[in-house]
Design a protein around this ligand. Structure first.
Ligand code: PHE
Length: 339
């Protein structure tokens, strides 16, 4: 019996096969069971020797069966796990995308203004001369309107979703100040918005210029809005973004759509290499009464402030990037540094 089991056991391939074979050996009618039942007929003097033989056979058969079960279990587990895996191999590159560094800074700035009551406004990147210039009190002989500075669209092009004021030309907006006009035409004061977006100028690309770039515009219109409100808002902005010890200053400047107009500079001791250097980051001022007239808001009742800044400029300061062109080359080695 034992010799038979030793020969058969290694060939058993499935559990069902094993169970039926096992029954023929140790089941109620199995061969080993029959031998044990025969013990009663064995002469008394032969019993000890016979008992010993049977026990040895039982032990041997049990060991064979145990080996079969272990072998079948191992095979079942391997089938569940699939092909062999080598845990020492490098894992597959998942190549997860990251938020673009310009988008990160944009979101940080927008969220900051949202927390102090601004909502987000948007308008199209294609605009007309009226919304980009005329309504902002930029006269037709202003250099910004020169073909050198703006991307005009072909005359025959129809842009369905961008409304014209009269029959002026389409162009790509040169600043986000267009959103001031579109918003004031649609909403009644009080108005408190920030408008992030892409702008375009015919600039020759270099370390600080790019033909496409981003701005954030701010506009607050209400009764009794003063220069103090502007200064306090910008102070808060600069301290939040560049460090609590940052200081701001307003330098007189000129924009056709604000009066008075300023350039805002700041310095922050928390900026490493750039610490304690005055850095210019935005244009701002009080909304010019001519602009209010263009959008039918009464300048005798309402006042307002506006500001506009380049997101790339802020990002370069925060991220220590010294050439704006890195932002547009989509070089993963650059982008991953801001993951
Ligand atoms: N639109 C101006 C620019 O592009 C910035 C600005 C916005 C200035 C709002 C004053 C008020 O430079």
């Amino acid at each position: 019996i034992v010799a038979g089991v030793r020969e058969k056991a290694p060939q058993i391939a499935t559990r069902a096969e094993f169970e039926s074979y096992k029954a023929t050996i140790s089941g109620p009618k199995g061969s080993l069971t029959e031998v044990m039942k025969g013990m009663g007929k064995v002469p008394k003097e032969d019993k000890p020797a016979m008992g010993k033989l049977i026990n040895e056979a039982k032990t041997a058969v049990t060991a064979e069966f145990k080996a079969v079960v272990e072998r079948l279990e191992a095979a079942e587990l391997a089938a569940k796990l699939g092909p062999d895996i080598d845990p020492s191999l490098p894992s597959p590159d998942l190549n997860r995308g990251t938020i673009h560094p310009i988008a990160q800074v944009r979101d940080e700035m927008v969220n900051l203004f949202r927390r102090i009551g601004f909502s987000v406004a948007e308008a199209t990147e294609v605009e007309t001369e009226h919304y980009c210039f005329d309504a902002l009190n930029i006269p037709s002989d202003h250099p910004a309107r020169d073909m050198q500075d703006s991307y005009y669209l072909p005359e025959e092009l129809k842009v369905g979703n961008v409304s014209k004021h009269v029959d002026e030309k389409y162009l790509l907006r040169t600043h986000t100040s267009t959103v001031q006009i579109r918003t004031m035409l649609e909403e009644e004061p009080p108005i408190r918005i920030v408008a992030p977006g892409r702008c375009f100028r015919r600039d020759t690309p270099d370390a600080t210029h790019s033909a496409n770039f981003h701005q954030i515009e701010g506009l607050y219109v209400d009764k009794d809005v003063s220069l103090m409100d502007l200064k306090a808002t910008l102070d808060h902005f600069v301290k939040t973004i560049f460090g609590p010890k940052a200081k701001t200053r307003l330098r007189p400047s000129f924009f056709p759509f604000t009066e008075p107009s300023f350039e805002m500079d700041f310095f922050s001791p928390d900026l490493g290499k750039l610490s304690n250097k005055w850095l210019e980051i935005m244009g701002c001022g009080m909304v010019d009464p001519e602009v209010f007239k263009a959008v039918n808001i009464d300048p005798d009742v309402y006042t307002g402030y506006a500001f506009g800044m380049g997101i790339e400029r802020i990002a370069m300061i925060l991220q220590g990037v010294d050439d704006i062109r890195y932002y547009y080359q989509n070089d993963v080695r650059f982008l991953k540094q801001f993951a």
